[in-house]
Design a protein around this ligand. Structure first.
Ligand SMILES: Nc1ncnc2c1ncn2[C@@H]1O[C@H](COP(=O)(O)OP(=O)(O)OP(=O)(O)O)[C@@H](O)[C@H]1O
Ligand SMILES: [Mg+2]
Length: 589
């Protein structure tokens, strides 16, 4: 057995770097947070090649004195906390004294800084962990950290870096998060010598508009509420403006961007009644509370937190946001209407459709596209007879035969036991889902090339995702090509989804890949992904279905495994027996 050894410092820092700065964007986040902790009011960022060649952050903050410069690069050296009590009430973004040491271990780093009272600046460099002595330098009061050739000495880590566009897209996202949190600070960002962002000091709502677009601010509602020791401010998007992807959800706790289950759950609940389940609301929310009530020392990238009283926070956020959203609905000024009120109370009787041959012919064509030619022909020809049959035998098909469509949502059918009520959207969704699943299990999902590609404007991260995961996308039936850093063209979609909105569908699929990674999306998250996809194909409420179309759906349900529930666990159909109906009408007593 080999002897146990104490690892050299450089190696320790390189190991830590794997966690602290897993990609250029993570290094950028650390540098920006350091500048904010130093009280900067103006921060500028320069990147080259997605941050891998160069990553430079300059600020006008407090600066670091000559004697402290080497300490800034030393591991576990920090000016931000000194005791356990400090650790338990962290008010700064950094606190571990680990970021600069980690970055310096895997790059060529130069740190130049000047305190306000100093005559000139001092600079030190670290090349692969060896730190030089401080030398005089020219710099305005403040600090610049220049990181060249990130991961030059850790080939394994370098291999995991994605294309320049992907790495830049991640940097762009990190920059936006930080700039959103601090409208009181001016920020600039350049990539490969070109200006990408320039935001001046501005009120919070204007900062949100500048970074997320006027469209979001124009369709969002302001939130500003207090409770004992808690404050919630920001903007919540109107349900009607919700998106297919979770890309515009920003939560900050004491100025720190976090992903937090408690907050996410409270928001999901607040939107539950007013939002279709496959839409994601957009929001930018800031929670402020006493630092002693939140533990930020729980995650290597400091992007998760733990609340000491998560129940109270959940209640507060849920109530505040629900109230704001409810106000928008009741007020009517915004034009949002709760889903139930929007439903027409129309009942389309099967009988009328039978008497109009034209109606049958038209709907048969729709049905044909939905379910295939042979069945369309069969059902269109025998629709009337089948209904008659149902009255006598009814046992041929367990779900019976369609009678009518109710409220644009439900199919009413009759079987041997009585009345069957089917939620047509939920049922169709399940059928498409099972089809996709069977195909993917067999090998790959069949693709339908689109005659005219669907082009849409996309986030940089989406474009990067499409480029990086072309093969994974092909396996689930998509061909998505980048047209520019911010535009994508969908050239092919899964056959089963050929009538869906290709742009919205592609966006959702890319968002899932982005969130979980291509390999996890195709394994652990495969069902969630297919369910998201199926949701796009399914017939929406309010589409009038003809009787043959409805019968076709019933037959497909019978042929589909697990068709009793939609992919979200809601039942797809319900039986009401004649006996139950009799009871309702007090018959036979
Ligand atoms: N831009 C800056 N302006 C002034 N001081 C800085 C700046 N960047 C770093 N420092 C000093 O260097 C120290 C080390 O920075 P580093 O980021 O490694 O650790 P930290 O911010 O204390 O903790 P963490 O590892 O959580 O980020 C800081 O505590 C701070 O004193
Ligand atoms: Mg730091």
């Amino acid at each position: 057995m080999t002897a146990i050894r104490v690892l050299p410092d450089l190696l320790i820092n390189q190991i830590a770097a794997g966690e602290v700065v897993e990609r250029p964007a993570a290094a950028l986040k650390e540098l920006l947070e350091n500048s904010l902790d130093a009280g900067a009011r103006d921060i500028s960022v320069q990147l080259a090649s997605g941050g891998t060649k160069l990553l430079k952050v300059s600020d006008d903050g407090d600066g670091i004195g000559k004697d402290d410069l080497p300490l800034a690069l030393a591991r576990h050296a920090t000016s931000k906390i000194a005791t356990l009590e400090d650790l338990e009430r962290i008010a700064s973004l950094g606190f571990r004294g680990e970021a600069l040491a980690s970055i310096a271990a895997v790059s060529d780093l130069t740190l130049t800084s000047r305190r306000r009272d100093a005559k000139h600046a001092w600079s030190i460099s670290a090349e692969g962990g060896t730190v030089s002595d401080p030398r005089p330098a020219a710099h305005d009061p403040g600090t610049s950290v220049e990181v060249h050739e990130l991961y030059f000495n850790t080939p394994a880590r370098r291999k995991f870096l994605k294309s320049e566009a992907t790495e830049y897209a991640h940097c762009d996202e990190v920059f936006k998060r930080i700039a959103l949190a601090r409208p009181d600070v001016a920020f600039r960002l350049q990539h490969n010598g070109r200006a990408q962002w320039h935001v001046k000091v501005q009120p919070p709502d204007q900062r949100i508009s500048a970074l997320l677009g006027d469209e979001f601010s124009a369709t969002a509602l302001a939130v500003d509420a207090h409770s004992t020791g808690l404050r919630l401010t920001g903007l919540v998007g109107l349900p009607a403006a919700a998106r297919g992807a979770r890309d515009a959800q920003y939560c900050f706790v004491n100025g720190r961007f976090v992903r937090d289950k408690v907050l996410a759950h409270a928001l999901r609940q607040a939107y539950q009644d007013v939002l279709h389940h496959d839409r994601h609301p957009a929001f930018v929310l800031f929670v402020e509370l006493d630092p002693a009530r939140v533990d930020v020392n729980v995650h290597p990238a400091k992007s998760e937190v733990r609340f000491r009283d998560s129940q109270a926070l959940h209640q507060f956020v849920f109530h505040v946001v629900s109230r704001v959203l409810a106000g928008s609905v009741a007020g009517g000024a915004t034009g949002t209407v709760p889903a139930a009120a929007a439903r027409p109370a129309a009942v389309s009787y099967a009988a009328t459709q039978y008497r109009m041959p034209l109606g049958v012919a038209q709907s048969a064509a729709v049905y044909e596209t939905l379910f295939g030619r042979e069945r369309a022909a069969l059902d269109a020809a025998t629709g009337a007879e089948m209904s008659a049959l149902a009255e006598t035998s009814g046992e041929i098909h367990p779900l019976g035969y369609a009678l009518a469509q109710l409220a644009g949502i439900y199919i009413l059918a009759q079987n041997a036991h009585g009345l069957v009520i089917v939620d047509m959207h939920a049922a169709h969704e399940r059928i498409v889902y099972e089809k996709l699943k069977t195909q993917l299990d067999a090998d790959r999902i069949a693709m339908q090339p689109l005659l005219i590609p669907v082009v849409f404007n996309a986030e940089r991260l989406d474009v990067a995702t499409a480029e990086d995961h072309a093969e994974a996308l092909a396996s689930i039936g998509f061909e998505i090509a980048a047209l520019s850093p911010t535009a994508l063209a969908v050239r092919g979609v899964p056959v089963a989804l050929k009538d869906a909105d290709a742009g919205a569908l592609a966006r959702d699929v890319l968002a899932e890949i982005r969130e979980f990674g291509a390999s996890r999306v195709l394994t652990e998250h495969q069902n969630a992904l297919l369910s998201t996809m199926a949701c796009h194909a399914a017939v929406r409420a309010n589409r009038a279905l003809s009787v043959p179309e409805m019968n076709a759906l019933l037959r497909e349900m019978e042929a589909t495994e697990r068709s009793g529930q939609c992919n979200h666990g809601r039942p797809t159909w319900h039986q009401i027996s004649v006996a139950e109906l009799d009871k309702l009408f007090m018959r036979g007593r």
